[in-house]
Design a protein around this ligand. Structure first.
Ligand SMILES: Cc1cc2nc3c(=O)[nH]c(=O)nc-3n(C[C@H](O)[C@H](O)[C@H](O)COP(=O)(O)OP(=O)(O)OC[C@H]3O[C@@H](n4cnc5c(N)ncnc54)[C@H](O)[C@@H]3O)c2cc1C
Length: 379
């Protein structure tokens, strides 16, 4: 087996697979991706698949807007139906301060070219009659937001990257990295590999991977639980989310409802257990919000993690201390939706030294030495 590559990517989640795909699309297929599990075994395969451009920080809006452009052609470009649906995202506010902030967010989002509406509770009820609007103060809605199937999207990028010549080694963990003068040597459980460039796309394990080369990344992983109901006829188009109400929910192509909420008492660390408390609290909340839910049974419940940076925005770009060592980490609850634009931007940065579509320079790791703007629109 070949054991020297120009680029080695650690992690075949949606982010690592998107970077690999875009490198190959731009002509560089001397790329190896190491994945310690199977493709989509990390947070990607555990996520809700929401794709939203309505953020409070301009960086996230711009990355998400570019991603939507790429999601729109992804099924055709890769030949895999990723179950992409632009049914919109309805963002509900139950808090006065948050509602005022929403008005500011919408102004900023419109300045960046996003078509977003502000809706009163009555307008929400008229348009989405199945939603209980009790307590809702204001909502925002963007029709071009939506959702896709995260497994299929992850496989779409990974398979297309392979077709273009990229090597993806699953069940192959990177155990250590030696830093040479012009090469990195990656020690894996399949032996040693040399690479000129290394990309850390290790999701929840990105802190451990950075530590392999002596770098300290300000990221921590937090468990998030999620559950799914039995399927019913498809009738809910938008994904619903609330930061003050602490929930998100959407209906999949096959009719199931997938939903989750955050837990402010969760401690940093990897924990794949699930709790009955989560199931009970979320089921009660959902039955109030969407009364038809009372008739549905829960069929599955699992957990994954948000890899969090201090400002809930991703850390992207090249390490300032270590040349040719790149990051695409710290995605909080939005790495699935940002992955197309991030993969494209990282590939452009690695191959051409600068990005063409979205400027990611302000998302480098050195930003934490200055004041940063925290992303507020997170569950
Ligand atoms: C419950 C839940 C709901 C979510 N909902 C959404 C949503 O609606 N929309 C959205 O955009 N995002 C959502 N997210 C966040 C999203 O899942 C992540 O941000 C995204 O999947 C990150 O992708 P990734 O490729 O960076 O990480 P991952 O998918 O975790 O991939 C990283 C890969 O690296 C591998 N790896 C790690 N260390 C090593 C090593 N040493 N050697 C080899 N391989 C290694 C892992 O096995 C893993 O497969 C949600 C997350 C959770 C948990």
């Amino acid at each position: 087996m070949k054991n020297e590559f120009k680029v080695a990517i650690i992690g075949a989640g949606i982010v690592g697979s998107s970077i690999a795909y875009h490198l190959a699309k731009f002509g560089e297929s001397d790329v190896v991706v190491f994945e310690k599990g199977y493709i989509s075994s990390g947070s990607t395969g555990r996520c809700a698949g929401g794709i939203r451009q309505q953020w409070s920080s301009p960086n996230n809006v711009l990355l998400a807007m570019r991603s939507v452009k790429l999601f729109e052609k992804m099924s055709e470009e890769t030949g895999v139906d990723i179950e992409y649906k632009q049914g919109g995202y309805l963002v509900l506010s139950y808090d006065e301060n948050e509602a005022k902030q929403f008005e500011e967010n919408v102004k900023m989002q419109r300045t960046l070219g996003l078509n977003v509406e502000l809706l009163s509770p009555q307008q929400v009820k008229r348009r989405f009659e199945y939603v209980n609007v009790n307590g809702v103060l204001l909502a925002t809605f963007c029709q071009t937001d939506g959702h896709a199937n995260p497994h299929l999207a992850n496989f779409a990028y990974a398979r297309s990257a392979r077709k273009l010549g990229v090597t993806i080694l699953t069940h192959t963990a990177v155990l250590g990295i030696e830093v040479g003068t012009s090469w990195f040597i990656l020690h894996t459980d399949r032996g040693k590999f040399k690479a000129k460039i290394v990309v850390n796309a290790a999701g929840d394990y990105s802190g451990q991977v950075a530590a392999m080369v002596g770098l300290n990344l300000p990221v921590e992983s937090y468990r998030h639980q999620i559950l799914v109901t039995e399927p019913v006829k498809n009738f809910v188009d938008p994904m619903l989310i609330s930061f003050s109400g602490n929930f998100y929910v959407r209906q999949t192509k096959h009719g199931q409802f997938i939903m989750g909420q955050g837990d402010k008492d969760e401690r940093a660390g990897l924990n794949y257990n699930v709790t009955f408390k989560f199931e009970k609290d979320l089921a009660l909340k959902m039955c109030r919000l969407l009364p038809f839910m009372r008739k549905l049974r829960i069929v599955r419940h699992w957990s994954g993690h948000y890899n969090m940076s201090p400002d809930a925005q991703p850390i992207l770009g090249e390490s300032l201390q270590l040349t040719n060592f790149y990051y695409a980490v710290g995605f909080s609850g939005h790495g699935f939706m940002l992955a197309p634009a991030v993969g494209e931007a990282l590939a452009e940065k690695i191959l051409f030294g600068r990005t063409k579509h979205v400027d990611i320079s302000s998302l480098n790791v050195d930003r934490f030495e200055k004041l940063t703007v925290k992303e507020m629109n997170v569950v």
